[in-house]
Design a protein around this ligand. Sequence first.
Ligand SMILES: [Fe+2]
Ligand SMILES: [Fe+2]
Length: 274
Amino acid sequence: MTSLSEMAVDVLTTADGREKTEKSRRYAARWFAARTAGDPLPVGRADPPLRPSRPDRPELLDPRDVPRRRPGSPQGRIALLHAVAHIELNAVDLHWDIIPRFADTPMPPGFYDDWVKAADEESKHFNLVCDCLEAAGSTYGALPAHAGMWRAAEDTAGDLMGRLAVVPMVLEARGLDVTPGMIDIFRKAGIDQAVAALETIYAEEVSHVAYGSKWFHFLCGRHDSDPRDVFHTLVQKYFHGPLKPPFNEEKRAEAGIPPDFYWPLTAQASEGTR
Ligand SMILES: [Fe+2]
Ligand SMILES: [Fe+2]
């Protein structure tokens, strides 16, 4: 494999989670070693699959049919970790998908650095959460998981700015809102391994949201358009439903997402304008 796009497609078409993340980390190291040596790999061209390969398990269900979690119980905590593992595996694929999917749009090398680094971190997150599941006597695939998680990728497969608006700037920013509450659940239960894994995730996700905001603003600048207006238009086009407060305003600010980007997209705000 000689190009970054070919490596991305190889990750996307690998089904097993541990195998997918092993390739993802190895290819990320190869990309950065070549960058450091001053001899970068070409981005190249390769066709990403519409949907990435996934293992036979977990069974994928409509979100309404996924059993509700009671986080106070051991089973509830396993269900929560399982849901996080599923999100992380999806994130590995999302960060690799953006590279070959939009390779026709010329972008500076730093764009690829950011998504390769994000994919590498998601791979680490998946493995950390799987380790926690295994320590609790479970495994990724033991429970059903949400089927709809790749929808945002399919909806924005032809629109790079839409992809950036919806995936890092809405979905991953939502992760910043909810992760502190999850850390509390595991801290109260005295499960240090899960607290440490979630703290790593929380710290590193800020940069993924920031990469989204950086490149979204870069493209708005290229097209001489107003970032906030474009963000609102694209989220309303591709994201189904209002954004839900409470927001982690501090971490969102750190990631370069100001309040006037997300507050007008809440249900409250749309009621106020009626
Ligand atoms: Fe992650
Ligand atoms: Fe992320």
